[in-house]
Design a protein around this ligand. Structure first.
Ligand code: HEC
Length: 128
C-alpha cells in the first residue's frame, strides 16, 4: 500500500518534470488568471513574435513593458492601429487594423499586458 503511494508520487514528479503538469500551463510559472486568457491569446498570436515577454527583439530599446503607450487604453489602441516613432514617422511595427484585432480584443490585450505581463513577465510562458 505505502509502496503504491510512493510510486504514484514518483510518477507525478516525472510527469511534471517532462512538462506535463496537472494544474499549471508551463512548468513552474504561475498560470495566467482565467479573465486574462483572451488577451494572452491575442498577444501570443499577434505580438509575442517581436515582443517576447513584452520585450522587443527587433529594437531592443523599445519594449512594450513600461512603454508610454500603455498610459491608458485609448493611447494604446491608437498606437497599435497606427504605430509611430516618437518623431511621427512610420516605424517597423506593422499596424493592426480592426479587421485583425477588434476594439474588444484590443482591450483584452491591453488588460493582459498591464495586469499580467507587466506584473509577472514569466507568467504563462510556454517553453520554446
Ligand atoms: C513585426 C514585429 C512587431 C510586431 C508583430 C509587433 N510589434 Fe510592437 N513594436 C515593434 C517595433 C520594431 C517597435 C519599435 C517602434 C517601431 O519601430 O515601430 C514596436 C513598438 C511597440 C510599442 C511602443 C514601445 C515604446 O517604445 O514605447 C508598443 C506598445 C508595441 N510595440 C505593442 C505591440 C503590440 C501590442 C503588438 C501586438 C498587437 C505588437 N506591438 C506587435 C515591432 C512589432
Amino acid at each position: 500500500m505505502m509502496r503504491n503511494v510512493f510510486l504514484g508520487a514518483i510518477a507525478l514528479l516525472v510527469m511534471m518534470g517532462s512538462g506535463v503538469s496537472l494544474a499549471q500551463s508551463g512548468s513552474g510559472t504561475p498560470a495566467v488568471p482565467e479573465r486574462y486568457r483572451p488577451g494572452e491569446k491575442v498577444f501570443k498570436a499577434s505580438c509575442s513574435g517581436c515582443h517576447p515577454d513584452g520585450g522587443n527583439s527587433i529594437q531592443h530599446n523599445r519594449p512594450i513593458l513600461h512603454s508610454a503607450q500603455l498610459s491608458d487604453f485609448d493611447t494604446f489602441n491608437r498606437f497599435i492601429r497606427a504605430p509611430k516613432e516618437p518623431d511621427g514617422s512610420r516605424g517597423l511595427m506593422p499596424p493592426f487594423p480592426q479587421s485583425r484585432i477588434s476594439d474588444q480584443q484590443s482591450k483584452e490585450l491591453y488588460d493582459y499586458i498591464v495586469h499580467v505581463l507587466e506584473k509577472h513577465p514569466g507568467a504563462g510562458k510556454s517553453e520554446q
